[in-house]
Design a protein around this ligand. Structure first.
Ligand SMILES: Cc1cc2nc3c(=O)[nH]c(=O)nc-3n(C[C@H](O)[C@H](O)[C@H](O)COP(=O)(O)OP(=O)(O)OC[C@H]3O[C@@H](n4cnc5c(N)ncnc54)[C@H](O)[C@@H]3O)c2cc1C
Length: 403
């Protein structure tokens, strides 16, 4: 049996951020840290790659410049209902930086290794047993004994399933597709089904021009019982301009009447001259935050999607990085006191700036998706613009600076 005091399961943003914050704030613990990652970098990760300002703030505090990673900057984020709504700009900077996750996660892992963090790639954790004084981590390459385990293994992670086998799993459904930045010439627009659940008046009529440079989030599927939105972000793959599209559904309005998840995406793409059938559609769940989510047992902490991502938009990279900072503090405190119960971790997460932002987004999701009627969505996104921007600015964004 191998021994290591601190084992982090998963080398995505939450796991690597935990290690980077340990390296930065508790360097004496660094030789005791080991990340186990089942894949090998650069590994694929289904994600639109939109980094909000909070993610960049956390990375800057660690002395890292995400500008080193290939990216596309969107100057505005449009929050629309039926192609009309409000747009958010951040003074003197981009509103959203869009990276590819294979490149971003690889870069982040290399930054951690440069700081002295050991990452073992190609090791799959199969089971975790939290015993009285230590935790056994069983992998496909032998067993480890640890004082502390951090479950950073994402929405389907083995850590959460082992420590909370009966807890409810609250996940969003998400589909994503990549296309070239422009529609192919002479595209035959998909004929929309006459039985469509989306009336044409719910969708904008004219394809938007000049979409490159802006990120779009459109809540038009909400009245048809899809508690979420369709997105369209500019991105790049190996320097080539592309678009990343997708559809997000919290599952809150689950109903037999709701259309197939890919339907609103197909319609939005068709409106802009793309035929979804020509591209590869991929899906992955996102485990959502709720104030009731359990986050630790003695010896084991959850971070990132394993603990819960933003339920309103499914945004999780900035929160994954932020959870890493909180978990590192928790681990530092545990070693200082030689007390590893992690009692109070959830309470401290909830009362942190990250926790407050997640609670605000959880409330927003309950509110915005429960009032699914078209007139309500129009009121919020098209008429109450200044109020919505103010609320978003105070309660929803900028938590990274406050933490
Ligand atoms: C389609 C889609 C689009 C999204 N778009 C955005 C977006 O634009 N912006 C945004 O902020 N968020 C977005 N998200 C959410 C974001 O991807 C997640 O919140 C984020 O990846 C969470 O990071 P994490 O480190 O917790 O988990 P992950 O990134 O999932 O990393 C988990 C790591 O653990 C490893 N692992 C898993 N199981 C094991 C095991 N048994 N043993 C060893 N290693 C293991 C995995 O290989 C992986 O490297 C999107 C999600 C989806 C599905």
């Amino acid at each position: 049996m191998h021994e290591r005091d601190i084992i982090i399961i998963g080398g995505g943003p939450s796991g690597v951020s935990t290690a980077l914050h340990l390296a930065s704030n508790f360097p004496h613990l660094l030789p005791r840290v080991l990340i186990l990652e089942k894949a090998r970098y650069p590994r694929p990760k289904l994600c639109a790659g939109g980094l909000v300002i909070d993610a960049e703030v956390i990375l800057q505090r660690l002395g890292l410049d995400v500008g080193e990673v290939p990216h596309v900057d969107a100057e505005r984020i449009h929050f629309d209902f039926g192609a009309k709504g409000l747009n958010i700009r951040v003074p003197k900077r981009h509103a959203l930086r869009v990276i590819r996750r294979d490149e971003f996660d690889h870069w982040l892992a290399r930054q951690a290794e440069d700081s002295g963090v050991e990452i073992r790639e190609g090791v799959t954790v199969r089971n975790i047993q939290a015993l009285k004084d230590y935790v056994i981590v069983q992998t496909d390459q032998g067993d480890f004994r640890a004082r502390v385990v951090v479950g950073a293994d994402g929405s389907n992670g083995v850590t959460r399933r082992c420590i909370f086998p009966r807890a409810p799993v609250n996940t969003a459904r998400v589909l994503e597709v990549l296309t070239p930045s422009q529609p192919p010439p002479n595209t035959t627009m998909k004929i929309l089904d006459a039985q469509s659940m989306f009336k044409s008046s719910d969708l904008g009529e004219v394809p938007r021009q000049g979409r490159w440079g802006s990120a779009y989030i459109d809540f038009f599927p909400v009245p048809s019982n899809i508690a979420g939105y369709v997105w369209d972000f500019p991105t790049q793959i190996h320097g080539e301009a592309m678009r990343c599209w997708g559809v997000y559904d919290t599952n809150m309005l689950a109903s037999e009447k709701r259309p197939q998840l890919k339907e609103p995406l197909m319609k939005e793409m068709a409106r802009l001259g793309f035929d979804l059938g020509n591209y590869e559609l991929k899906g992955h769940p996102i485990r959502l935050f709720s104030p009731e989510n359990q986050m630790s047992v003695p010896g084991v902490l959850l971070v990132g999607d394993a603990a819960g991502a933003d339920p309103f938009l499914g945004e999780g990279i900035s929160f994954a990085l932020g959870y890493g900072a909180l978990a590192a503090c928790e681990i530092g405190r545990a070693f200082r006191r030689n007390e590893f119960s992690f009692r109070g971790y959830r309470r401290r997460v909830l009362s942190s700036a990250l926790g407050q932002a997640l609670i605000a987004r959880w409330l927003l999701a309950q509110f915005m998706y429960a009032f699914k009627w078209k007139w309500f969505q129009i009121l919020v996104w098209r008429i109450l613009k200044p109020v919505v921007i103010l609320i978003a600015w105070i309660f929803v964004l900028n938590w990274g600076k406050r933490s």
